[in-house]
Design a protein around this ligand. Structure first.
Ligand code: MTE
Length: 322
């Protein structure tokens, strides 16, 4: 059954950009790569301090990877990106940064299973310690037409596949978010198909751009960003970048995502950014960077065509932009 639910991205553009938030852009130009701390402290850091600190704090900031830096766009100030979030587990509006602090991110286990030779359950801190953390500046383009530029710290998603050692029949990676309606009140909204699920092909997961995020702005990841582990797939619409992951399952069946299950006519499996392919209810030609009051043209694969276009050759008949 298809239930018509008003989603956050149906709000008008003038509500997308909070007033009085557009700070001096020059301050945030590219030189800030690796100097993310300059951007001001958002909600979240304070919560960790109250809990006695994140056990992985010594790993941040990660070493900046210069291959993922020059975006010709200013970084989005942390104060904006950490107070304007989509995290439906905590509500279907953007102001969830405080309610998300109820999420307990330790202890946190990651399950790796399915068509793999090495199924395992890993403590998040053990996982983070064994991965080569680095900082990458990525664009993020939400299907709602707002966008941001964020310095994430993390490691390639391919690292999980290496640990898992997939069987040859494995074709997809299915990812799942925690489920706990006691602390995540959004999960009491029974009309959504909880838990949040996302999926990519094994080839997409092995692409170097597919990045698992454990930190942002030079610090451990704030809860509203999807701590302690979220995905960043910068060439796809933002809903593919699943937050607060607890499970990776290698499978031969294409996963049906949270949004695809909610409304398959509007949210497909591939969801690659393409300004020429409109969403059924609005154009995708332009986007509004958070903190600005104007729009800029959107670009194919969100500017990452060189790295990912090859993944989608010979896929005639499939709508890879929906
Ligand atoms: N992951 C979970 N578990 N729950 C969500 O509601 N929202 C998605 C994605 N990942 C979402 C999620 C959407 S629609 C977007 S645009 C991004 O997270 C937003 O990430 P941000 O809040 O860090 O900007």
């Amino acid at each position: 059954m298809l239930i018509k639910i008003k989603r956050g991205w149906e709000i008008s553009e003038n509500r997308v950009t909070p007033e009085n938030v557009f700070a001096n852009r020059r301050q945030f130009m590219q030189g800030a790569l690796g100097g993310a701390a300059l951007l001001g402290v958002g909600i979240g850091g304070a919560a960790f301090a109250a809990e006695g600190g994140d056990p992985m704090a010594d790993l941040y900031p990660g070493k900046a990877n210069p291959a993922f830096g020059a975006l010709e766009r200013p970084l989005t100030p942390e104060k904006l990106s950490s107070t304007y979030n989509n995290f439906y587990e905590f509500a279907s509006h953007k102001q969830i940064s405080e309610s998300a602090q109820a999420l307990k991110t330790r202890p946190w286990e990651i399950r790796i299973d399915g068509l793999v030779r090495n199924p395992q359950t890993l403590d998040i801190d053990r996982l983070i310690r064994q991965m080569p953390l680095e900082e990458r500046v990525y664009r993020h383009r939400c299907v709602e037409r707002w966008s941001m530029v964020v310095p994430w710290t993390g490691f390639p998603l391919a690292g999980i596949l290496k640990l898992a050692d997939p069987e040859p029949e494995a074709r997809y990676v299915r990812m799942e978010t925690f489920q706990n309606p006691d602390i995540a009140s959004g999960q009491q909204q029974f009309w959504y198909p909880w838990p949040y699920i996302e999926g990519v092909t094994v080839e997409e997961a092995q692409n170097d751009l597919a990045f698992l995020v454990t930190g942002a702005y030079g610090k451990p990841l704030a809860k509203q960003f999807g701590a302690p582990l979220r995905l960043a797939l910068p060439w796809k619409y933002g809903f593919k970048s699943i937050k607060s992951i607890v499970r990776f399952t290698l499978t031969d069946a294409r996963p049906v995502s949270f949004w695809e299950q909610t409304n398959a006519e509007e949210y497909g499996f591939w969801a690659n950014v393409n300004p020429q392919v409109d969403h059924p209810r609005w154009s995708q030609a332009v986007e509004q960077p958070l903190g600005t009051d104007s729009t800029v043209p959107s670009v194919l694969f969100n500017g990452y065509a060189d790295q990912v276009a090859g993944l989608y050759k010979n896929m005639n008949g499939q709508n890879i932009y929906m």
